[in-house]
Design a protein around this ligand. Structure first.
Ligand code: AP5
Length: 217
């Protein structure tokens, strides 16, 4: 199965993609996580992406498309769930071209819909593991030991782009450049709108209902 998860920053894409990957055995490909790994490794791509990410703007399409085409080609035999990509209409078109060349297509698009007040609370409380990428929340999704990753014992961090001024710019960028991707998919695929304001289990249940129906079809 090839799935795209859409949603504003902080809507819960990473949280839910991990659940989808666990339940359906597909690979979770997060453009944000890959970029953060490139930055940690100090690669040319990581250096080029840094200023865009820190200001809440999008990294240029040519860099992202090359990075994600490489990541998708590596897992082409397995299914995948895409998190944070595509984020512009141009990226969505390039993804369709890539899949089309191999006679494939996106099977499901899930669109997480969320109120902005909820987003701000989620982002300000988010803590992430810099080693494995696991995501927690200081009130809603706590680690077993405060401030420590359940999986590898690493000290959790607050992402630099979760600062309130950067969050405002990320939301602006989302409305201007990524919202049109929802319309692109609504014109070309079936899009399942999911109410993402509820707790993570409830949101997961809504998604699984749609995906189970596709698996059984
Ligand atoms: P990226 O890492 O993709 O960030 P984002 O899309 O802004 O999304 P987030 O990771 O902030 O949020 P999320 O929706 O995954 O929510 P999460 O599950 O963590 O991108 C970062 C930057 O990289 C971009 O700004 C851009 O510069 C660049 N970039 C990436 N992809 C790009 C592309 N394709 N093109 C160009 N540039 C690109 O949840 C948030 C918090 O809420 C967590 O604390 C979580 O525990 C909690 N939570 C989640 N769900 C629930 C729930 N249901 N109830 C309560 N709490 C919840």
């Amino acid at each position: 199965m090839r799935i795209v998860l859409l949603g504003a920053p902080g809507a819960g894409k990473g949280t839910q993609c991990k659940r989808i990957a666990g339940k359906y055995g597909v690979l979770h490909l997060s453009s944000g996580d890959i970029l953060r790994q490139e930055r940690t490794a100090g690669t040319e791509l990581g250096k080029k992406a840094q200023s865009y990410m820190d200001s809440g703007s999008l990294v240029p399409d040519n860099l992202i498309v090359e990075m994600m085409v490489g990541a998708i080609n590596k897992v082409s035999k397995k299914g995948f769930v895409l998190d944070g990509f595509p984020r512009t209409v141009n990226q969505a078109e390039e993804l369709d071209k890539l899949l089309g060349r191999n006679g494939k297509k996106i099977d499901a698009v899930l669109n997480l819909e969320i109120n902005e007040q909820v987003i701000v609370k989620r982002m300000s409380g988010r803590r992430s593991c810099p080693k494995c990428g696991a995501v927690y929340h200081i009130e809603k999704l706590k680690p077993k030991v405060n401030g420590i990753c359940d999986h590898d014992g690493t000290k959790l961090i607050q992402r630099p782009d979760d600062r309130p001024d950067v969050v405002i710019n990320r939301l602006k960028t989302y409305h201007q450049q990524t919202k049109p991707v929802v319309d692109y998919y609504k014109n070309n695929n079936t899009v399942y709108d999911i109410d993402a304001n509820e707790d993570a289990d409830a949101v997961g249940a809504l998604m699984f209902e749609k995906l189970d129906a596709l698996v059984l079809a």
